[in-house]
Design a protein around this ligand. Structure first.
Ligand SMILES: [Zn+2]
Length: 68
């Protein structure tokens, strides 16, 4: 009987560990840095931004408009 309880406890610990891991967002989402468009000020993920002359833009249109 003691063995059964121990087995149940081990399973419970393993189950809570798996549950904890699932609660953590995937690395891609956690590491995605938010940047701000130099023209309109909108926030967007760094992977979607346009870098030009050390400044960040949300679109090619804003990059052009900012130059003027
Ligand atoms: Zn913009």
């Amino acid at each position: 009987m003691a063995k059964l309880i121990l087995l149940a406890v081990v399973f419970y610990i393993l189950y809570s560990l798996v549950k904890k891991q699932k609660a953590v967002p995937p690395p891609a989402m956690r590491e995605e840095e938010m940047v701000r468009c130099a023209h309109c000020g909108i926030h967007l993920p760094r992977s979607e931004c346009i870098l030009s002359g050390g400044e960040i833009f949300c679109s090619d249109e804003h990059r052009r408009l900012h130059r003027k």
